[in-house]
Design a protein around this ligand. Structure first.
Ligand SMILES: C[S@@+](CC[C@H](N)C(=O)[O-])C[C@H]1O[C@@H](n2cnc3c(N)ncnc32)[C@H](O)[C@@H]1O
Length: 205
């Protein structure tokens, strides 16, 4: 994929270009990501018991969030991503998870209510509200009950702000409105702050 895709008006082309480009670098932070995710998965497990449950991780990237959840003993974790390089890296880093190279906007290969928990870590802030809605619709459809978003909450660290600017993400609007977006679409939605400007948004069908 050429550098021209960074300037594309199509946000998916731009995102695939960026994530294919940064996949090798992203995997270097795997250990620190896992460390940061530890507290969040613990908080998740306190609310929604993971042991024995089936989990789908949307935009799994290099697999760090899926791998952190996998430590809590789910029946299985499936990770999907539309960046080929991210999935290739994930397969090497965390072979304990099943992976599929597909777009989360179309999960038609999974029937309704396939997974106990459908999750996404640091994916939904990256897209505009209309796209977010499409992703949430598919996540809700394939989930039996819970949709769990691990994403920005509270104060965003300065270095992350620069990365989000380069990614042209929607993180500011996301932080302000996301819980209300969820409440308009799910029976309930709860916010649980964690560390490093992140937190959990737990929605129930
Ligand atoms: C910031 S990374 C987060 C990776 C991982 N979840 C984590 O927390 O470390 C966002 C990931 O979402 C993926 N992604 C974004 N939109 C997607 C879509 N529509 N379908 C599948 N993957 C998507 C990107 O390719 C990228 O790997």
């Amino acid at each position: 994929m050429s550098v021209i895709h960074y300037f594309s008006k199509d946000p998916d082309k731009r995102a695939k270009f960026i994530f294919n480009l940064i996949a090798p670098l992203y995997s270097k932070f795997d250990k620190s990501l896992q460390k940061g995710f530890k507290e969040s998965v613990k908080k998740l497990d306190d609310k929604v018991v993971i042991a024995g449950k089936s989990v789908l991780d949307i935009g799994t990237g290099t697999g760090a969030w899926g791998a952190a959840i996998n430590k809590l003993g789910p029946s299985h974790v499936t990770g999907i991503d539309f960046s080929e390089k991210m999935i290739q890296t994930a397969r090497k880093k965390h072979p304990e998870i099943n992976y599929k190279h597909i777009d989360a906007e179309n999960l038609s290969e999974f029937p309704d209510n396939t997974f106990d928990i459908v999750t996404a870590s640091f994916v939904l802030h990256g897209v505009k509200e209309n796209k977010r809605r499409k992703l949430l619709e598919e996540m809700k459809r394939v989930s039996k009950k819970y949709v769990v978003l691990h994403d920005f909450m509270g104060k965003t660290p300065f270095t992350v702000k620069i990365l989000e600017f380069l990614e042209r993400s929607d993180y500011k609007h996301f932080k302000k409105n996301f819980c209300n977006e969820l409440k308009s679409f799910f029976t309930s939605a709860e916010k649980i702050p964690a560390r490093y400007g992140s937190g959990l948004y737990i929605a129930e069908k």
